[in-house]
Design a binder for this molecule. Structure first.
Ligand code: F6R
Length: 247
């Protein structure tokens, strides 16, 4: 695993945009696995800046997102489709018909998951998968569980995730209780993984995920078995991992 320890969120975002940008320059028709949330927002801003400066071209890129809340349409401003459009896709020359996010409005969960797995198989393999890390160790919405789920599935969100995500909603009751997410197997099939972490609040789970035992109770710990992981974080989020590595 490669680790980049950056001074702060902005430096983390520049580093991550550099890695994603290099991927697109070296392989213009890359398949990017994308994430939402606070961690990649700055990265998307930096990619847009580089696109506007004429440094990047997304016209041949395909993207597959990790997850979507069940019950929200793409027009809902809390949906992950809406996040992706407003934070990234609307500002670059990516072909929107080549951007994929699970269908939050699909009522039949089994069909929705099978359809998304088929898209991942058809468009994949993912060249570079961008990830954030939940406070409980989740990646995508793969919550701590008894087993690692392989493929796209419908999950009940944990209290910790609902608590962490309520900041985006007017009230906690508005946070959807279920989501569609790529499985751990889908994520592990990506050729390269780029995971972003920032803030002191993530320090314990970062150390646990990368130095602790590999267990579905800490879903991100599976990344210890992936052969090409780059972890980019700010000093605060990486502090405890560095302590453990330097022991
Ligand atoms: C988002 C996703 C989640 C987030 C994680 C961290 O698509 O799949 O796993 O990456 O919850 O969220 P932030 O970055 O908001 O701390």
């Amino acid at each position: 695993m490669k680790i980049y320890c950056e001074k702060d969120y902005e430096a983390m975002s520049r580093r991550a945009a550099g890695i994603l940008g290099a991927q697109v320059i070296l392989k213009p028709d890359s398949v990017l696995g994308l994430a939402t949330g606070s961690s990649p927002e700055g990265t998307y801003r930096e990619l847009i800046r580089r696109y506007e400066a004429g440094e990047l071209d997304f016209s041949k890129v395909t993207s597959v997102n990790l997850d979507e809340y069940k019950g929200l349409s793409g027009e809902n401003d809390q949906s992950y489709r809406y996040f992706m459009n407003t934070n990234f896709f609307d500002h670059v020359n990516i072909d929107k018909s080549r951007t994929f996010v699970p269908d939050g409005l699909a009522e039949d969960s089994d069909k929705a998951c099978a359809a998304y797995n088929a898209i991942i198989r058809r468009e994949g393999p993912v060249d570079l998968q961008l990830l954030g890390l939940g406070y409980n160790g989740h990646i995508g919405f793969n919550e701590p569980a008894a087993i690692f789920e392989k493929e796209t599935h419908c999950v009940d969100l944990t209290a910790s995730t609902i608590e962490a995500n309520k900041r985006f909603f007017e009230k906690e009751e508005d946070v959807p209780r279920q989501a569609y997410t790529m499985g751990i197997g889908n994520i592990m099939q990506a050729k390269k993984i780029l995971i972003l972490v920032s803030g002191e609040g993530k320090a314990d789970i970062v150390a646990e995920a990368f130095c602790g035992p590999v267990t579905p109770k800490v879903p991100a710990s599976i990344l210890q078995f992936h052969s090409d992981v780059t972890l980019v974080g700010d000093e605060a989020a990486l502090s405890k991992l560095m302590e453990r590595l330097n022991k």
